[in-house]
Design a protein around this ligand. Sequence first.
Ligand SMILES: [Zn+2]
Length: 289
Amino acid sequence: MIVTGSGTSVNMEGSDEQSREAVIREVGDILRASLERMADEIRDMASAERYVQGMLRRVGSVMVNRLAAWGAQAAERPDCTRCGRPMEVRNRQARRYVGLVGDVEIQRTEYGCRTCGEGAVPKDHILDLGPGCLSPELTRVVTGACAEIPSFERAAAMIRETLGVCLTAHTAARATEAIGTVVEQEMQEAMAEGIPPTPEAEQGPLVLMVGMDATKAHAGGQWRDVKVALVAPLGPEVVTNPETGRETLLLGPQTYGAGIEDADRFYDRVMVRAQRAGWHPTRLRKAPG
Ligand SMILES: [Zn+2]
């Protein structure tokens, strides 16, 4: 039995004697082929290490593919979590993941509810697979590296060096973004690039206006909520309305942002903008009453 990251247990009933033998044969073929080509590829210790690292990734790929297939055999047609009716097969498709020890291809079945439109992929839940193209463990390693290294480019290069996994800076950024650590990263990048804080940020504005709203936009074949935000210091200069004589704080330089991520993640991004404009959590004052 394997207990996945999502806390569900999967049984390994598919791992009968025959399929275990098949894995041993496949791994044996990789080792044999690698040893035959070795003389052409290896010149020194460094090339030997890189050669073996590549070979181990191919072995890892075979093993993780098998283990994932065995583990997810129990994924059956689910009932709708929203309305309780039995779901129907909507699509069957293989998806490839770059993994910590090798690449993996998972055969996924998407189910849909005809009554309420709800969708489900039981295998994703059983195997704890996220929306991106990285395996759960590689995602953890990539996001950890991105949190420590103030450049997606350099984090991806470091992962390439240590794990032999070729990732673009964009993929590293997407993985990091997906689990919400992009906030920390953006701040680190801003500091590394020496982006100067706005003039108000030296002391922090007395009043900072943060406005958030949402609108609809058609993207990827469907209507989606686009969150929009405005961050700007208010005052201390005031303007007087000539008709009413009423004084209001003058709106300073404004920063706008928009995103289609969920509201919590978007809020985190907006807070990064707010911090760049001089707001700091320790300056937060609760409104009286
Ligand atoms: Zn339903």
